[in-house]
Ligand binder design. Structure first.
Ligand SMILES: O=C(CO)[C@H](O)[C@H](O)COP(=O)(O)O
Ligand SMILES: [Fe+2]
Length: 239
């Protein structure tokens, strides 16, 4: 437990906060900056940027040159890079230079996760570790000290608009029980219908693509997702 966390627990201030990061995967990618700015204006806490390489997942999106252009138009938002790529070691320096704030690699994509965590941290970014649905949560047990965030995938990575896998909530509960101050992100099929399960299990960083981007009122959806997670955090840490 860090000094900061001990103090926050003593003062009854929750060590984590509810944050909503819309995924722009299903937005108008020909106007990435416009779509992103709109989501930020509507209350997004951060932007979840899905990088796919056609190898680690059977789909292609964009890489660091696009992120660099986006950063020029959006100077202040927190960029959460979801790196669905083989050889995630390769892009750490480029993503940092492009303006990324958090670099989430998949545990399945590397032979040397500890070294990669340290490489990311040394570059100055926050460290995220992603776990696919078929991968045990225990693969990150020995890495938690190096991680700022663990991402529990609630769909098979590769495409937006898939159905939420409720059975992944066991992984979230395990992490939350054992690591009260860890940021835990859920990604895939998360929206108004599935947020209760995510919040109750202990997730605090909520990625939502289709449910936000395709909503009639994205602001209302993001506010309601955040409220649900916030209420659960307050209940959990004041108990
Ligand atoms: O990483 C992803 C897919 O691999 C996306 O972030 C995720 O699918 C978000 O979209 P949706 O909320 O529509 O499922
Ligand atoms: Fe994602």
């Amino acid at each position: 437990m860090t000094f900061n966390l001990i103090n926050r627990v003593r003062m009854s201030v929750p060590p984590i906060s509810a944050m909503i990061g819309p995924s722009i995967l299903n937005s108008d990618l020909s106007d990435l900056a416009g779509s992103s700015q709109k989501l930020l204006d509507q209350g997004a806490d951060y932007l979840h940027l899905d990088v796919m390489d056609g190898h680690f997942v059977p789909n292609l999106t964009f890489g660091h040159p696009v992120v660099q252009c986006l950063r020029q138009k959006i100077p202040r938002a927190f960029f959460d890079m979801h790196m669905m790529v083989a050889e995630p070691e390769k892009w750490v320096g480029d993503m940092k230079k492009a303006g990324a704030d958090q670099y989430t690699f998949h545990i399945e994509a590397t032979q040397a996760p500890l070294e990669l965590c340290r490489q990311i941290k040394e570059s100055g970014m926050r460290v995220g570790i992603g776990i696919k649905p078929g991968t045990s949560v225990h693969t990150v047990d020995d890495l938690i000290e190096e991680a700022d965030m663990v991402l529990i995938m609630t769909v098979e990575p590769g495409f937006g608009g898939q159905s939420f896998m409720a059975e992944m909530m066991e992984k979230v509960s395990y992490l939350r029980t054992n690591h009260p101050g860890l940021d835990i992100e859920v990604d895939g099929g998360v929206g108004p219908k599935t947020i209760d399960q995510c919040a109750q299990a202990g997730a605090n960083m909520i990625v939502s693509g289709t449910a936000v981007v395709k909503a009639e009122n994205p602001q209302e959806v993001m506010n309601s997702l955040r409220k649900t997670v916030h209420q659960e955090i307050v209940a959990r840490y004041s108990a």
